[in-house]
Design a protein around this ligand. Structure first.
Ligand code: ZN
Length: 323
């Protein structure tokens, strides 16, 4: 029975909820994904999450697993005890509510919570591309930019739950207002939203290129269209990827002056842009960073893809290997 031990991982995002039964090697079983109604109030969300988790528990028990606990990651800021959500930009109904505490009270199993960026960091550290790294930063680039930091096997929690807000490091003080209220945040230069903005700008200037054609087919431009153009050698797409990658590297040079990581892992939807994107990040990092701080850093792709969240959430209840 010992080897059938598992934990339930739950990853709540602004658009989808992912659930999985995760074994002690970090492998997902019975994984599923359902769309989230981001308009839900905290009470509606609590009821809905309880129902989804109960179904996952039933499915898991049916297959003979012994469940250690339920781990859940969510977006935004939590209090230090991780019993309250202070601010979640993409799930506004949950702002300033005790959803974690109320949801945990629905289950007899122990339940633990963390921020999504911390979950991804722990997953990559224990089971993915960050194994063996003593000073690790795991960056998640999607609509926004988040980061988790691990020092000597432990998550860094400077304020509330997180090491810091990488997406809101100021890289261009004269630049655009960020949705957070700051000016010139890294997210205005390097997030998935910035990529979409640059692509739309390129099309408005040059209405005959490959991106314009892709926009006509898809109705809008996202990372997927830019990636498609990039793979076909489109110069405009290459410049966009170079720009968002370079700026992320520049932001990481500042981050490195604080954390001096050995390894920086890049995950999230935007990381699907692949090696051209990683090289641009590396260029930004070494163009502006102090050589002593940045030259030795390994920049690598995340290994766990979109499962990092559920694996990291479950790992709250999976014992560390002694290795
Ligand atoms: Zn900001």
């Amino acid at each position: 029975l010992q080897e059938r031990a598992c934990a339930i991982g739950v990853d709540l995002g602004g658009q989808s909820l992912k659930l999985a039964t995760v074994d002690k090697n970090g492998v997902c079983h019975h994984a599923r994904q359902v769309p989230v109604n981001s308009e839900y109030s905290a009470d509606e969300m609590t009821d809905w999450l309880a129902k989804q988790i109960t179904a996952q528990l039933a499915e898991t028990r049916k297959h003979g697993w012994s469940i250690r606990g339920i781990g859940m990651v969510l977006p935004g800021y939590m209090n230090r005890q991780r019993t309250r959500i202070l601010f979640a930009a993409n799930l506004a109904g949950l702002n300033d509510t005790d959803l974690p505490e109320k949801l945990a009270a629905r289950f007899e199993l122990p339940m633990g919570f963390d921020a999504d960026c911390n979950g991804a960091a722990m997953a990559e550290y224990r089971f993915g591309a960050g194994r063996g790294s003593q000073r690790l930063t795991v960056v998640t680039v999607g609509t926004g930019i988040g980061a988790g930091v691990i020092f000597d096997g432990k998550l860094v929690r400077n304020f509330g739950h997180a090491a810091g807000s990488l997406g809101h490091i100021i890289v261009d003080p004269q630049g655009q207002r960020c949705s957070c209220g700051g000016r010139g945040c890294l997210e205005t230069k390097a997030s998935g939203r910035a990529l979409e903005r640059l692509a739309e700008q390129a099309v408005s200037v040059q209405s005959s290129g490959m991106l314009a054609r892709l926009k006509e087919e898809a109705g809008r431009l996202t990372g997927a269209e830019v990636n498609c153009a990039l793979q076909q050698g489109d110069e405009v797409a290459r410049q966009i990827v170079e720009s968002i990658g370079w700026w992320l590297g520049a932001g990481l040079a500042t981050w490195s002056a604080i954390y001096k990581p050995e390894t920086i892992i890049i995950g999230g939807k935007v990381a699907e842009l692949g090696s051209a994107y990683l090289q641009a990040i590396r260029r930004g990092l070494t163009d502006v960073g102090q050589p002593f701080l940045v030259n030795e850093i390994t920049v690598a792709s995340a290994a766990l893809g979109t499962q990092a969240g559920v694996i990291g959430a479950a790992s709250i209840f999976l014992a560390q290997n002694k290795a």
